[in-house]
Design a protein around this ligand. Structure first.
Ligand code: UDP
Length: 255
């Protein structure tokens, strides 16, 4: 790990130079942070689980034609990804009211939304990732109108697909955050899904009990954080160490 050039270190992941030009290695740490880094801690084993969960979800999305930066998982904590230019936006998709959205609109947590809502935040820790409109995004040049269109349509497709996938294993996809990157192929640029999709970036509730199975357990000191991440991995059929040779067995559907 130490012999490779470290390109970037974030709160939950490190990016290293990849084996070939145009690739990076994404390393998943156990570090957790919340409330713009005001609360930090360790969720033991989180990096291993998020690597698997994100691998699985990105692969399934690739399979249905959603372009992503994901290439393949390398080992317990690392995956090979394509190097992209990150769009400085956090794209939030919401199906059910939760978190800061409840405060903003005076809603009770769990209230269903009339339709899925996509929101944009400017990715800037110093400013606390402020909520922005398309007007701000185009005026400040963070993304072009066509890129916003691509981001919106991909995000809604991801939402439809993941909502169904999670429901099949008894989990409600309440909301989640996506990040995008620009990938150049020859002279063509396209928008691809980047970062990770995991219980760090999604709100996941058990469909029958509404029990939280995501980072809110850490944010709100609810306990059993590791167990919740493990349960998501287990239901997706990607819990490491299950089955011979550690192969992924895939989700077990609930009826
Ligand atoms: N989210 C994230 N990173 C962020 C902000 C939000 O992954 O920097 C995810 C969060 O886990 C949740 C969704 O985006 O699934 C919506 O979060 P919200 O805006 O409600 O923020 P919060 O209430 O957590 O401050």
């Amino acid at each position: 790990m130490s012999r490779r050039r470290r390109v970037y270190e974030g709160k939950a992941k490190v990016l290293f130079e990849g084996p070939e030009p145009g690739t990076l290695v994404q390393y998943f740490k156990d570090d957790a942070s919340a409330f713009n880094n005001q609360k930090t801690g360790i969720i033991t084993g989180k990096g291993v689980l998020n690597n698997r969960i994100s691998e699985y979800l990105m692969t399934r999305l690739n399979d249905i034609g959603v372009p992503t930066h994901f290439v393949r998982r390398l080992n317990m904590r690392e995956q090979l990804i394509r190097e992209v230019e990150i769009v400085q936006l956090e794209v939030i998709v919401r199906n059910v009211a939760a978190g800061s959205f409840c405060k903003r609109f005076g809603l009770t947590e769990g209230a269903p939304l009339p339709r899925s809502i996509v929101e944009f935040c400017y990715k800037n820790d110093e400013l606390g990732d402020p909520f922005v409109s398309e007007e701000h995004i185009t005026a400040f040049g963070w993304a072009a109108p066509q890129e916003i269109d691509d981001i919106l349509s991909i995000s809604l497709r991801v939402n439809d697909f993941l909502t169904g996938l999670f429901l099949g294993i008894g989990i409600r996809l309440v909301d989640f955050k996506l990040e995008y990157g620009r990938l150049w192929e020859n002279d063509q640029m396209r928008i691809v899904l980047a970062d990770e999709i995991s219980p760090d970036s999604c709100r996941l509730w058990d469909a029958s009990t509404n029990e939280k199975m995501d980072k809110d357990r850490f944010r709100r000191d609810m306990g059993n954080v590791e167990e919740a991440y493990q349960e998501v991995a287990r239901r997706l059929g990607v819990l490491p160490g299950e089955g011979p040779r550690d192969e992924v067995k895939g989700p077990t559907l609930v009826h």
